[in-house]
Design a binder for this molecule. Structure first.
Ligand code: PLP
Ligand code: COI
Length: 338
C-alpha cells in the first residue's frame, strides 16, 4: 500500500470495505460487505433529527511478528450496548459487534500500518436510528455499520507534552445526562469549546463538573489522569465516558506497584500532581505540559516542558508494547487475527 505511514494524522482515508447490518421487524439481518462510502437514508431518520446515534472507536495493530492484533473489542461491544440502552437504540449483540469488527479489519488488511511507525488502523463502529419519526420517539429501524482507516496520532504533536485549556463557560454533559455514553450529542456539545481551545493555541478543552465547577471531568475526547506519590488518580464522575484505555492504565499502574484512586479530583489538585495526561483510543496517552485556567489566571506546569514524565512514559511503553505484541499480553486484551 502506497501511503505515507509515518506522517498519518487523524483524518478520513478511504479504505476498500465497510460492513453493515440492518435491524428491522425486531431483529438484526445479515452482515453485508459494502465498498460504498455513502449510506442512503430516509430524510426523517431519527439519527439525523434527534441524534439517536452511538459510535465506538478502537484500533488494530501490526506486530513485529507481522500478526494483526485488535485491542479489547469486546469492551467496546459492551459499551455500545450501554449506549444503546441509554438512548433506546436496538442493541447490537456482542458477537455480532466483534464479528463485524474482525471482518472489517481483515477486509482492509492492506491499510493496517506496518509495525513500529506509531500508526494503527482506527475502527469506527456506528449505530444509528434509520427509521423515520417526526415525533420525539425512538426509530423502529436501525443500522449498524463498521468502517476503518489508518491513523497516526490524534494530537499532531504525537507523544509530546501538550497545553490544555480549562473550559468554564461550556459544559459537555450534565450530571444526569448522557456524558457516560458514547453518543453523538456529547460531541456536538463539545465542538464550540474545543474549537475555542484550538483558536487560543491549546490542544483541547478540559471540562469541569457541570454542577459545581469544582472537579475535573472529561478532557476533550479523552479521560484525565494525574500521578502523585506513586498513585494513579483519575476522576470519578457520572458524566465522563468510562474509557477502556483508562481502565487498562489502571491495571498496568497496579502491576507497577502503584496505588490507583478513582474519585472526584478537585481542580486545585492540578497543582499537586507530578505528571498529568489524557488517555483514550485516539489520544492513546497524551502528557500535559501545562493546564491553563484562563478565568482564574492560573497555569499549572509539568515536567521539563519537552519530555513526558517517567510514569507516563512507562505506562505508554507498556500499553503500546502490549498492543503491538512486543510485551506479553498477560491480561488477554488482544485478539490476534491470522
Ligand atoms: N472520553 C471521551 C469523551 C471519548 O470520546 C473517548 C474515546 O473513546 C474516551 C474518553 C476514551 O475512551 P477509550 O479509551 O475507550 O477510547
Ligand atoms: C476515540 O478515542 O476512539 C474517540 O472516540 C475519540 C474520537 C471522538 C476522536
Amino acid at each position: 500500500m502506497d501511503l505515507d505511514w509515518k506522517n498519518l494524522g487523524f483524518d478520513i482515508i478511504k479504505t476498500d470495505y465497510n460492513v453493515r447490518c440492518v435491524f428491522q421487524d425486531g431483529k438484526w439481518g445479515e452482515l453485508e460487505v459494502s465498498s460504498d462510502q455513502y449510506l442512503p437514508i430516509h430524510i426523517g431518520a431519527t439519527c439525523l433529527h434527534y441524534g439517536q446515534e452511538s459510535f465506538e472507536g478502537l484500533k488494530a495493530f501490526t506486530g513485529a511478528d507481522g500478526r494483526i492484533r485488535i485491542f479489547r473489542h469486546e469492551e467496546n461491544a459492551r459499551r455500545m450496548i450501554r449506549s444503546a440502552k441509554g438512548i433506546l437504540l436496538a442493541e447490537v449483540p456482542v458477537e455480532l459487534f466483534m464479528e463485524a469488527v474482525e471482518k472489517v479489519v481483515l477486509l482492509n488488511k492492506k491499510y493496517i500500518p506496518p509495525y513500529g511507525l506509531g500508526a494503527s488502523l482506527y475502527i469506527r463502529p456506528l449505530l444509528i436510528g434509520t427509521g423515520p419519526e417526526v415525533g420525539v420517539r425512538p426509530a423502529k429501524e436501525f443500522t449498524f455499520l463498521v468502517f476503518a482507516m489508518p491513523v497516526g496520532p490524534y494530537f499532531k504533536e504525537g507523544f509530546k507534552p501538550l497545553d490544555i485549556m480549562i473550559c468554564r463557560d461550556h459544559d459537555r454533559a450534565a450530571p444526569l445526562g448522557t456524558g457516560h455514553l458514547k453518543v453523538g450529542g456529547n460531541y456536538a456539545a463539545s465542538m464550540a469549546s474545543i474549537s475555542e481551545a484550538h483558536q487560543k493555541g491549546f490542544a483541547t478543552a478540559m471540562y469541569l463538573d457541570a454542577k459545581e465547577k469544582k472537579y475535573i471531568d472529561e478532557c476533550g475526547p479523552a479521560n484525565f489522569f494525574g500521578i502523585k506519590d506513586n498513585t494513579y488518580i483519575t476522576p470519578k464522575s457520572d458524566s465522563i465516558l468510562p474509557s477502556i484505555t483508562n481502565s487498562s492504565l489502571q491495571m498496568l499502574a497496579e502491576t507497577f506497584g502503584m496505588k490507583v484512586e478513582t474519585r472526584p479530583v478537585p481542580v486545585e489538585e492540578l497543582a499537586e500532581f507530578e505528571e498529568t495526561g489524557a488517555c483514550g483510543t485516539a489520544a492513546v496517552i497524551t502528557p500535559f505540559r501545562k493546564v491553563v485556567d484562563i478565568d482564574k489566571d492560573i497555569t499549572y506546569m509539568y515536567g521539563d516542558g519537552v519530555n513526558p514524565g517517567p510514569v507516563i512514559l512507562k505506562l505508554y511503553e507498556t500499553l503500546t508494547g502490549i498492543q503491538n505484541g512486543d510485551i506479553e499480553d498477560t491480561f488477554g486484551w488482544t485478539k490476534i487475527l491470522d
